[in-house]
Design a protein around this ligand. Sequence first.
Ligand SMILES: [Zn+2]
Ligand SMILES: [Zn+2]
Length: 153
Amino acid sequence: MELSLNLAKSHPGSWLNFKTEILIDDALLSNRFCKKDGFSYLSGELMFDGKEVIVKGQGELMLDCVCSRCGEEFKYNFIFEFNSAFLDKTDAKDEDEEYYFKGDSVNIDKAVVDTILINLPSVLICKEDCKGLCPHCFTNLNRFSCNCKNEDE
Ligand SMILES: [Zn+2]
Ligand SMILES: [Zn+2]
């Protein structure tokens, strides 16, 4: 996700629209039992203020997930806000601490992936009222009822 800064640099202070595909390694989503599903986009505006590049917008990540409660697969559209500042690489001090742009382009991959991993819920369930599995016979209680449940009642 490399965004060109040619126009931004020739128009400092102006917000310019952009739209780009979100790239994220499925391995980073595996502990949330998700993988990327199809095209996902981040769109918004970027601006060069003479020193830093500010990129802000909204992302929509299409995910294929496994419900933590019932184990069924479900589609999840994760919407997130993105807002990051990128410093000039030539002024870089500690490269791990900040995000940078280099020359006439800015690579926003790391900042976007960090934003996703910070904001994506660590436990994902297929629906708010997912009944999960019966702890005794592992029946999916969204679909069926079981005898153990009846005995409890
Ligand atoms: Zn579920
Ligand atoms: Zn049961």
